[in-house]
Ligand binder design. Structure first.
Ligand code: PLP
Length: 425
């Protein structure tokens, strides 16, 4: 009998993976808290929250119980013409914790679909008003997902190269990094014209683009500029939502609230796939009409799946516990202390932090692309020591589940220290 990894290799095509050169995948048999257990008995500290989705640890008993109860009651029902308790309750509770101007909740399946829906709402908003607008403004280094609309508003790079001819035109503003705000604002004045339908951003932290961080103040100014021409603001909080940045949402740091918000990843505590797009009453109202052509014709088979909604409700219960909120602050403090120590290394640069997210760059001379082997060396070094981190090129980051203990954090920091210390760059 072949091993599970060999059977996998015979039949499965993995995401973001060059299958010719990829090592055999590591079979995981169970998870508990921040620890993943391998089939060979090895343990891994999940410092990437399993691709940024996990909030409360793996196989959380409370979420498991709530999903299990729902599974025995109603597993799924068509969501056009029908509704159910978990979907209604989740929408009500989301609107209570989101910025106050958010009024309606549209369900879909994942982060990319949440972005697609926000883009379609934006384009159709202008279409329904009889003043079609065709352009979107996004930020350089943006990542909004892997479907076509989401790719179109993301950074054009090696990942999207084969598809560029099929992506709609987008104007890009440089990320408004500290020190570059004035230049970006100046350029924004020229880009925010009255044929721009929407301005889409990952507020404060650009995740996949390299955990690039910028300040709320400049984003507030950009949003104000965009609003002069009525441009809709889409906050893609798929990664930053649900406590990651130290507040419930990155938009909570802003004075200017977005018109549309995209949520996924942590929304179910990382248990199940679920996407949410929310919008203001003003946007919603533009779709109300006796004319059927003004309808938002969008939906997915598993829209508002009751199991996913139940998982999201359970995760929200846990997230709002004082204990969880203090864990988020505790992790932020531990990160800040470690960041202070990291600053002593000559081969570490651009140390940056927002809440439970800590990132820094390894200096590696001129080759700094994603394909740099430093990434593979660092990944293997840390994995060998039982720490799962997944560097973005030469950018290393820690994004632990909120239940991660100080001991587990310290162990991870020590392995990073050793990596920085022992590998000659
Ligand atoms: C991951 C991510 C997405 C895409 O979400 P998927 O569920 O992977 O489709 C979109 N936007 C941001 C900011 C993300 O980090």
């Amino acid at each position: 009998m072949n091993t599970l990894a060999e059977r996998d290799q015979a039949v499965i095509w993995h995401p973001f993976t060059q299958m010719q050169t990829a090592p055999l995948p590591i079979p995981i048999v169970r998870g508990n808290g921040s620890v993943l257990y391998g089939a060979d008995g090895r343990e891994y500290l999940d410092m990437v929250s399993s691709w940024w989705v996990n909030l409360h640890g793996h196989a959380h008993p409370y979420i498991a119980q709530r999903v299990s109860e729902q599974l025995n009651t109603l597993e799924h029902v068509i969501f056009a013409g029908f509704t159910h308790q978990p979907a209604v309750e989740l929408a009500e509770r989301l609107l209570k914790i989101l910025p106050q101007n958010q009024a309606k909740v549209f369900y879909s399946d994942n982060g990319s679909t949440a972005v697609e829906v926000a883009l379609k709402m934006s384009f159709q908003y202008w279409h329904n008003l009889g003043k079609p607008r065709r352009k979107v403004v996004a930020l350089e280094n943006a990542y909004h997902g892997d479907t076509f609309g989401a790719m179109a508003v993301g950074e054009r790079n090696a990942f999207t190269a084969p598809f560029v001819p099929f992506l709609f035109d987008v104007d890009y503003l440089p990320t408004p990094l500290t020190g570059q705000e004035t230049d970006v604002l100046k350029l924004a004045e020229t880009l925010f014209t009255d044929d721009v339908a929407a301005f889409i951003i990952e507020p404060l932290v650009q995740g996949a683009g390299g955990m690039i961080m910028y300040e709320p103040d400049v984003l507030d100014q950009l949003i104000q500029l965009a609003r002069r021409n009525g441009i809709l603001i889409i906050a893609d909080e798929v990664m930053t939502g649900f406590g990651r940045t130290g507040r419930l949402f990155a938009s909570d740091y802003l004075q200017q609230k977005p018109d549309l918000m995209c949520l996924s990843k942590g929304i179910t505590g990382g248990t199940m796939a679920l996407g949410v797009t929310t919008c203001t009453q003003a946007i919603y109202d533009v779709f109300l009409s006796d004319n059927k052509h003004k309808t938002l014709f969008h939906g997915h088979s598993f829209t508002a799946n009751p199991l996913a909604c139940a998982a999201a409700l359970a995760s929200m219960d846990l997230l709002l516990l004082p204990e969880t909120q203090s864990n988020i602050q505790r992790i932020a403090e531990q990160h800040a202390q470690f960041a202070g120590r990291l600053a002593n290394w000559a081969n570490v640069s651009s140390i940056r932090q927002r809440g439970t997210l800590l990132a820094f760059d390894l200096k590696v001379g001129e080759q700094t692309s994603y394909f740099n082997s430093i990434r593979d060396v660092a990944y293997a070094f840390l994995l060998e020591r039982g720490v799962l981190m997944r560097p973005l090129g030469n950018t290393l980051y820690l994004m632990p589940p909120y239940c991660t203990t100080n001991e587990q954090l310290l162990y991870s920091y020590q392995q990073v220290d050793e990596l920085v210390n022992t590998i000659p760059f």
